[in-house]
Design a protein around this ligand. Structure first.
Ligand SMILES: C[S@@+](CC[C@H](N)C(=O)[O-])C[C@H]1O[C@@H](n2cnc3c(N)ncnc32)[C@H](O)[C@@H]1O
Ligand code: SF4
Ligand code: SF4
Length: 355
């Protein structure tokens, strides 16, 4: 499958997500109106956007049971990607309180289409994950998580299915243990394969309408194992996607493998001229309540949040069109991605990568 093929799958996938949300009664006129307003405000370059984002990302906890090469050190320290800091201080770790999460969902439930319960940690590490998912499901907010799959025990799978989770992605980077652990240090691919089979079985036994995507993190060095992953995914009734692997730290950890990797393709236009979608459509809330324009900010130290959400005090609607967020959008409108260091080399187009 080519990379453009994988883009087509995202369109199909988004249609499947939309259909499943419709069937579960998680789409309303208010939500469509809000999402359309997000799109309209970005397209026609208004600094003030819709009343709410259409998607909220929550960093519930940035801890992980794995230590992927690109993401964190073997000791689990998360890399700070802000080059100005030269990686001296790892990203601080912490947990969001369930109360904070609930209050944000409660305030935005009538307008937000989807809550994404991960940013840069392993969502299955967060013990209140199931309560958090249930809370959103009861309020008809669709949910998405991405996991490395290692902690998908039968008990956890059952709890996820019972929570009403709409969409789960499982990211793998190989199909044999040697290749897999080049990135996924600390994980076991045979265990994950078994977990995937259990997930498919329990989904079918309970007739659960969950969408499952096997996300193959693609490198030159693991290309020969993609077909086996594709076959397993298809056999289990999963959507299989292929995304280019992040090259961070690969040449330091595996210089022999890194020489064969090709840098990702340049986007069709200079990113600086492409207006980013995120500040108009998505709100990212870090574990400490810091509200940011996109998920990249949680791995850049020294970034001022647009606001800090405080339980019992803050208001999502006020933050979303508050002075700091309007200022951020205004810089995007006037200077493009060149206005911020973090944006200047960002090649992200659209919000679909999250799916
Ligand atoms: C930092 S992870 C956090 C969620 C979870 N721990 C996981 O790995 O899926 C967020 C995203 O990174 C992606 N990812 C994982 N390994 C990657 C890699 N080596 N290169 C690029 N993206 C990767 C996953 O597909 C996931 O959607
Ligand atoms: S599993 Fe996800 S969060 Fe954990 S180290 Fe790998 S990419 Fe990072
Ligand atoms: S340009 Fe990139 S880094 Fe900047 S807000 Fe958009 S997605 Fe985030």
């Amino acid at each position: 499958m080519t990379i453009s093929g994988s883009k087509n799958r995202y369109i199909l996938l988004r249609m499947k997500i939309a259909l499943s949300m419709l069937l579960k009664g998680k789409v309303s006129f208010k939500k469509i109106k809000n999402a359309a307003h997000c799109w309209f405000a970005q397209k026609f370059r208004f600094a003030k956007a819709s009343a709410f984002p259409f998607m909220i990302n929550f960093e519930l906890w940035n801890e992980c049971n794995a230590q992927c090469t690109f993401c964190r050190t073997e000791d689990g320290d998360i890399y700070d990607l802000n080059p100005a800091n030269k990686g001296k201080t790892p990203i601080q770790k912490g947990k969001m309180s369930l109360d904070m999460y609930k209050e944000i969902i409660e305030q935005s439930k009538d307008h937000v289409l989807i809550a994404v319960l991960y940013v840069n940690g392993e969502p299955l590490m967060y013990t209140d994950l199931y309560k958090a998912l249930e809370y959103a499901s009861e309020r008809k907010v669709a949910t998405l998580i991405s996991t490395n799959g290692e902690l998908l025990t039968e008990k956890n799978i059952q709890k996820l299915l019972d929570s009403g989770l709409d969409f789960i992605k499982i990211a793998i980077s190989g199909f044999s243990q040697d290749i897999f652990t080049v990135q996924h240090r600390g994980c076991n691919i045979e265990k994950i394969k078994q977990n995937l089979k259990n997930l498919a079985r329990l989904r079918d036994e309970g007739d659960h309408k969950i969408l499952v995507m096997l996300d193959y993190i693609y490198y030159e060095y693991n290309a020969h194992e993609y077909q086996s992953a594709l076959e397993l995914g298809q056999e289990l009734g999963f959507i299989v996607s292929r995304r280019p692997g992040n090259l961070n730290k690969l040449s330091e950890e595996h210089p022999d493998l890194a020489v064969h990797e090709k840098p990702q393709e340049d986007p069709p236009q200079l990113p600086v001229k492409n207006l980013c979608d995120w500040p108009w459509k998505v709100m990212t809330v870090n574990w400490d309540g810091g509200v940011y324009p996109c998920c990249d900010y949680v791995v850049w130290n020294d970034q001022e949040p647009n606001a800090t959400f405080e339980v019992g005090k803050s208001n999502v609607k006020e933050i979303w069109n508050g002075a700091a967020v309007i200022d951020n959008r205004t810089v995007h409108l006037t200077e493009g991605r060149g206005g911020f260091d973090i944006c200047s080399k960002c090649t992200r187009v659209g919000t679909a990568f999250k799916f």
